[in-house]
Design a protein around this ligand. Sequence first.
Ligand code: ZN
Ligand code: ZN
Length: 71
Amino acid sequence: MDTGTRACCALPDCPWCGRDDLACHYCGGSGWWRPEMPVQDGDGMITWRRVGEECRMCAGTGKEHLHVAVG
Ligand SMILES: [Zn+2]
Ligand SMILES: [Zn+2]
């Protein structure tokens, strides 16, 4: 399973990717978001399936990316 983090997000010269003292509070620094999604089976039973996707808040870098408005 690929659980690595990206070295940098899509922004060139991103100031957040350049520092490693802050972990993304959203994914805890793992760079991955693992929510449990409810899945309804044929009998109407709700089961929970864990899904994994790249953390959107830090673009998978695991580094805090506070989206502060510039200016
Ligand atoms: Zn970045
Ligand atoms: Zn994150």
